[in-house]
Unconditional design. Structure first.
Length: 476
């Protein structure tokens, strides 16, 4: 299991900070799983049109002789993947908006997202250079002429607000796992010479491997440990030159890993994981081809997936062929222009259930924070943050995705094993897990009409009344 290490002092600081900020958190209440041991009674929290992650009276497991086949069955003997975490992307835009808050408000918001009485987010994505959600387009070596010796390499841009945000989030949650993705290599490494669109040139593979290494070393020296990297955000598109982006042909990604980046990291930074693809389900065939090359396979820890095209069972297809390679869901977020931005929690929870049923070890939303216009944004897409922060009033709107995250990130611990579950009811999705401390979790989502749902575990059963458009998390 991949996770950061923390010393006793940082853990004491984590709990002391949690006590200090608990009173000001919007998602308050005691830490759900802070104490060791397993509760004998079921606890439950629900989100409906009238409430948000509110504690409710929970049904209890009890012996049941009249078990119906029309329900949800949990299979505790089936242990699938372990959970790495839930989180969002520390884009340049998100970090900038957080930097504009006063120290107390900033601390409160970060604690709501990462603290033990908040969402308990534990994984984060950051960009190697700019993404489309940046204030400007930049790389760490913006030279007008080729610079293969990387003499102009610098992460100075990130010292203003990106690095401070990452450091502050890690102080709140010392177990924060960070991975990083480039949207574009430096322009001089690409056809067209621009950060916007174009494709990678093979003759710069070796300098680009050194570029990754310099980035990892510079961030580490600044106090930020990057645990995993992807080769390219969305390898199969250049977005028509409308934003920082680059095309990587399948053979280019494979050659870069096996002949350049893989050997470089294996020699200098062997604990840094390499994840391939970082793109949509419908490219699963490309993943199979790359992992079928033993020289690529040996350097790759897993596959980063997006959910914009195709179906999540693509992750299961790849897992079945390469069971030792992990699946990571690394990007997907709401559209702020949609009228249900703040209320589509059941849509997102259904999505999350499907992701976890198909071997993904993490779920990472897109921008953590954007403003009321979906910015700062230099790209063509209408995205919203997990939370929206009004740039003038500092009013906060929590998205439907935020409330869906609450039902997973607040109750599933790092290292939790996804359990087998089965059953098809109209509008109902489900996912179960067992935490490292022995507690068990069942998340039920109802996108249909109000109905009673029966759940069985061995010879025991419980029945739960589920309103329409609702999520319920049960812990016992």
């Amino acid at each position: 299991m991949d996770q950061t290490t923390t010393d006793p002092k940082s853990r004491r600081d984590f709990m002391r900070l949690a006590t200090t900020v608990a009173a000001s958190l919007a998602v308050g209440g005691p830490p759900l799983l802070a104490s060791a041991g397993v509760a004998t009674q079921v606890r439950a929290w629900s989100t409906t049109k009238d409430s948000r992650f509110q504690s409710i009276e929970a049904p209890q497991w009890q012996p049941w002789s009249g078990v119906s086949s029309m329900g949800i069955s949990l299979h505790a003997e089936q242990r699938l993947q372990t959970i790495l975490g839930f989180g969002g992307a520390f884009t340049d835009a998100s970090c900038y908006l957080l930097s504009q808050l006063g120290p107390q408000k900033r601390q409160t918001l970060l604690s709501e997202l990462y603290g033990p009485t908040g969402l308990r987010l534990s994984i984060g994505r950051t960009a190697i250079g700019s993404s489309d959600y940046s204030r400007t387009a930049y790389s760490y070596d913006d030279s007008p002429a080729p610079d293969p010796e990387l003499k102009k390499f610098s992460i100075e841009h990130d010292r203003a607000y990106v690095l401070p945000t990452l450091i502050d989030a890690a102080k709140i949650n010392p177990d924060l796992f960070l991975f990083a993705s480039p949207w574009s290599p430096p322009g001089w490494m690409k056809s067209g010479g621009s950060l916007l669109g174009g494709s990678m040139r093979a003759r710069y593979f070796d300098p680009y491997a050194q570029y990754f290494l310099k980035y990892l070393k510079a961030y580490s020296a600044a106090g930020v440990k990057i645990r995993a990297i992807t080769i390219q955000n969305e390898v199969d598109t250049d977005q028509d030159g409308r934003m920082p982006q680059a095309l990587w042909g399948q053979e280019y990604e494979a050659d870069f890993i096996k002949d350049h980046l893989g050997p470089t990291l294996a020699h200098v930074s062997p604990d840094t994981k390499i994840w391939i693809l970082d793109h949509n389900y419908n490219l699963w065939g490309r993943v199979v081809d790359e992992l079928s090359d033993p020289a690529v396979y040996k350097y790759v820890d897993g596959v980063a997936w997006h959910g914009y095209a195709g179906l999540p069972d693509a992750m299961t297809r790849v897992h079945d062929m390469f069971p030792r390679k992990h699946a990571y869901w690394t990007e997907g977020g709401p559209d702020f222009t949609q009228p249900d931005y703040a209320t589509d929690w059941s849509k997102w929870s259904e999505t999350f259930s499907g992701i976890l049923h198909n071997w993904a070890r993490c779920i990472v939303g897109w921008n953590l924070v954007l403003d009321e216009k979906g910015g700062p944004n230099i790209g063509p897409f209408n995205c919203g943050g997990i939370v929206t922060l009004h740039s003038k009033t500092q009013h906060l709107i929590r998205s439907g995705q935020y409330w869906a995250f609450a039902h997973y990130s607040k109750v599933m611990q790092r290292g939790a094993s996804i359990l087998g579950s089965s059953g098809e009811l109209p509008g109902i999705s489900h996912v179960a897990a067992e935490n490292p401390d022995g507690s068990r979790v069942l998340v039920l989502t109802n996108r249909g009409a109000a109905q009673r749902v029966q759940c069985t575990l061995g010879a025991e059963a419980l029945k739960l009344e589920m309103p329409s458009d609702s999520i319920t998390s049960l812990v016992w």
